[in-house]
Design a protein around this ligand. Structure first.
Ligand SMILES: [Zn+2]
Length: 153
């Protein structure tokens, strides 16, 4: 599989270091063809059609709605595994951020990258997916085991 990387300066939730905007953060997916750049930055185009095949679906986006991707990245400084959020609007990357994940926030996402799906499974048990779509009971169960929203950021 041809790995691609969402790249942006990302602040680690563990050590507070802001990363370089490069592939050392390992925010990996597979959203390009081999003749295209492996690095995807804010402002770049991503074919939304690829998401259904290469990500797990949490819920299908409405037409015209910005598409939110749950990602995972590793801090190059301390090795902590962080969650990330990528927002696509009309196929263009609008935002690449480090986020915390809680039950309320999970419901904001449309797709989860496969490595983040594996991480969810490792932390919280099998996410119950069918043909790449998280079954409703899988999402319901994740909502029960994810931490509640933090009182402060
Ligand atoms: Zn760190």
């Amino acid at each position: 599989m041809y790995l691609t990387y969402f790249v942006a300066p990302l602040r680690c939730r563990n050590c507070g270091t802001v990363s370089a905007a490069d592939e050392t953060t390992l925010m990996e997916s597979s959203l390009r063809h081999r003749d295209e750049s492996a690095l995807i930055r804010v402002g770049d185009y991503v074919d939304p059609q690829l998401l259904e095949r290469r990500y797990l679906t949490i819920r299908a986006p409405e037409s015209g709605e910005p598409i939110r991707l749950l990602e995972m990245w590793t801090c190059p400084t301390c090795g902590f595994v962080n969650w990330g959020e990528v927002v696509l609007r009309d196929g263009l990357v609008e935002r690449i951020e480090s986020v915390t994940l809680d039950a309320a926030r999970l419901q904001d996402f449309h797709y989860v990258t496969l490595s983040a799906g594996d991480e969810l499974e490792a932390r919280y048990g099998p996410p119950a997916s069918d043909d790449g779509v998280l079954r409703p009971e899988g999402v319901e169960r994740l909502l029960l085991v994810l931490p509640p929203p933090a009182v402060s950021g």
